[in-house]
Design a protein around this ligand. Structure first.
Ligand SMILES: [Zn+2]
Length: 371
């Protein structure tokens, strides 16, 4: 005897004593059939054309998520449960809206609003089509219209669209830091200062922004002499370019790599020395580039240690660096030594050390490019 028939007999006995149980049991049976059909249809595609019999009906819990349900074939009464209700994502950051839509079993396309709406935050969803609450089949494409990013501030040496292999070089910091804030990644509600002031030398005391530019200009010259097209984020010190804007300049240039040149500093530990690299890891913005960025970081870190004689301290992962999170190309930071170490600081300010450091970075870049 099938389990279903046995339980039907038991139910019959029960309802004779308690007649009010009949509609309750009938309701439960309908729910079980609907859930069974939905499970069979979504779980085993090849079975969807066959009628679902009681014997074939699998045991299912009542907690099948609505999004797992697909268009039914047999039971008309289950059609209302197969449709997905379009969630409301208006006003959310674009990336959040896309995640919410996908979680509901739908797909998205995005469309930049024809006009920037000043009152609405950058990258926020302005409208959606079809609207919230519409019942649509699973997999339906929802069009999200969002507020475009404002154009980045003009940069002193904007170059024409480059051809061939492009390396973007970002000399860290600038003459005056900018403590006004910007999102740490596209659509993020977490913000950080646009550009930090940077370190200065313990013994010299030279400012980091000057040393990063001097080293970066040498790096540019070496790479250009090897046939690489270089996009410089800045070539002078008195500029105003935020970290997010720096990354976006590299994006627009379709750089094979964004190399960000910095020098290190640590309070209360004047003996700390050596070269470090940083790369982006652990969020959706940088995930597509993490492997390439880490590879570049280690090639460049090791090559720079070889030319300068400084120890390589390794590559450190970060998920909160604005200038990495906004990059849609592989990107990394080289910290070319500690300005807080009086001995290392005295070396870093010399033209000879900067030349060796630039040479090492260039060697690493060429290895990364397979040249
Ligand atoms: Zn720095």
């Amino acid at each position: 005897m099938s389990t279903a028939r046995r339980s039907a007999r038991r139910a019959n006995k029960l309802t004779r004593r308690r007649p009010w149980l009949l509609p309750v049991l009938a309701g439960l049976a309908v729910v079980a059939v609907i859930a069974g059909v939905a499970f069979a249809v979504s779980g085993v595609k090849t079975m969807s054309a066959k009628p679902v019999t009681k014997d074939a009906m699998p045991k299912v819990s009542a907690s099948i998520p609505a999004t797992d349900e697909t268009t039914p074939t047999a039971d008309a009464s289950s059609s209302s449960t197969s449709a997905v209700e379009v969630p409301n994502v208006i006003g959310t950051p674009l990336t959040t809206g896309e995640t919410v839509i996908k979680a509901a079993g739908l797909t998205t396309v995005t469309r930049v609003a024809s006009k920037n709406t000043p009152a609405s935050p950058v990258n926020a969803v302005l409208s959606q089509d079809p609207p919230q609450g519409t019942k649509v089949p699973s997999g339906t494409t929802i069009t999200l219209t969002y507020n475009p990013k404002p154009a980045p501030a003009p940069v002193a040496n904007t170059q024409a669209a480059p051809t061939g292999l492009v390396i973007a070089i970002d000399p860290g910091h600038q003459q005056n830091g900018d403590s006004s804030t910007e999102p740490i990644g596209p659509g993020s509600s977490t913000v950080k200062a646009k550009v930090a002031g940077g370190a200065s030398g313990a013994s010299t005391p030279r400012e980091e922004y000057k040393l990063t530019l001097l080293t970066s200009l040498k790096l540019r010259d070496i790479l250009q002499s090897r046939g690489i097209t270089v996009v410089m984020i800045r070539t002078t010190n008195n500029v105003h370019v935020s970290n997010a804007e720096r990354a976006q300049i590299a994006n627009r240039a379709h750089a094979a790599l964004l190399v960000r040149v910095h020098f290190d500093g640590v309070d209360g530990s004047p003996g700390t020395s050596g070269i470090s690299t940083l790369y982006g890891k652990g969020n959706a913005w940088v995930n597509p580039y993490t492997a390439a960025s880490l590879r570049a970081a280690n090639l460049i870190g090791n090559a720079a240690a070889a030319t300068t004689g400084a120890p390589y301290r390794g590559a450190v992962a970060h998920s909160d660096m604005t200038g990495l999170n906004w990059a849609t190309v592989p990107s990394m930071i080289i910290e070319g030594g500690f300005l807080s170490n009086p001995t290392e600081d005295a070396r870093i300010v010399t033209d000879a050390y900067q030349q060796k450091l630039a040479q090492g970075i260039a060697n690493g870049v060429m290895q990364y490019l397979g040249r």
